[in-house]
Design a protein around this ligand. Structure first.
Ligand code: SAH
Length: 217
């Protein structure tokens, strides 16, 4: 069961978490405000009520995890989100990252390949607060050609290589942030599609994500 009560203790823990993420180097106030605003314990089983505000990844079922808040903040900061940005997310999981993006004013299109995780979000009360999030069941490698192009794309699973179909679905001037690599540890990358359609690649810190897997389940 996912909890629905947000009390003073939760709020206090969330403030500490936000301060901790700021101390680790995240400076985008819009990102920090979103982390501060969203009750992360709503996205986890009630067994995690005590620990949801630790800066750690936690299991969400089906062998998947909700990313560590610092990692969510790090990827989101690299995306330089602006109001009404049209953002494609690969790997809905718990939908926490999608809510962070929506809280910042983005229009979010998020894809999940695992039916059970997708179905769990269909009736998830918190998402009623964010009508700008649209959930899709499918293979993120295909993206969403019908809704393309996107201002920003975020991949929240480790991609062994840069998915070319997603590059095609990026607007000129758009950016994609992804953990790149096929091993345990990946490198955060930001790919910017320049106005002449050439790509600029920037390399950032090391992270550890669950793998991006082809096909639906
Ligand atoms: N953004 C999530 C993180 C979930 S972990 C959150 O905030 O909780 C990564 C997720 O990516 C998992 O749910 C996994 O099932 C999903 N995933 C992996 N490969 C995928 C693919 N090809 N298409 C869509 N989702 C994928």
């Amino acid at each position: 069961m996912r909890p629905t009560e947000d009390n003073y203790r939760h709020k206090g823990l969330r403030k500490k978490l936000t301060d901790g993420i700021r101390a680790k180097g995240i400076s985008d106030e819009k990102v920090l405000n979103a982390i501060h605003a969203i009750p992360r314990h709503f996205f986890l089983d009630s067994a995690f009520d005590e620990t949801a505000y630790e800066d750690k990844a936690f299991p969400i079922g089906e062998g998947q995890t909700i990313s560590q808040p610092y990692t969510v903040a790090y990827q989101t900061q690299l995306l330089e989100i602006k109001n009404f940005d049209k953002v494609l997310e690969i790997g809905t999981g718990s939908a926490y990252q999608a809510c962070v993006l929506a809280e910042m004013g983005a229009q979010v299109y998020t894809i999940e390949r695992q039916k059970k995780l997708f179905d769990a979000n269909k009736s998830f009360a918190v998402l009623k607060k964010y009508p700008s999030i649209k959930l899709f069941y499918g293979d993120g490698y295909e993206g969403l050609p019908t809704y393309a192009p996107f201002d920003k794309i975020i991949i929240t699973a480790a991609a062994p290589e840069i998915p070319q179909k997603l590059i095609e679905q990026l607007k000129p001037g758009g950016m994609m942030v992804l953990p790149l690599g096929s091993g345990e540890i990946q490198r955060m990358m930001r790919i910017t599609k320049l106005e002449n359609n050439s790509l600029k690649e920037e390399v950032f810190d090391h992270f550890s994500f669950v793998p991006m897997v082809e096909g639906k389940k």
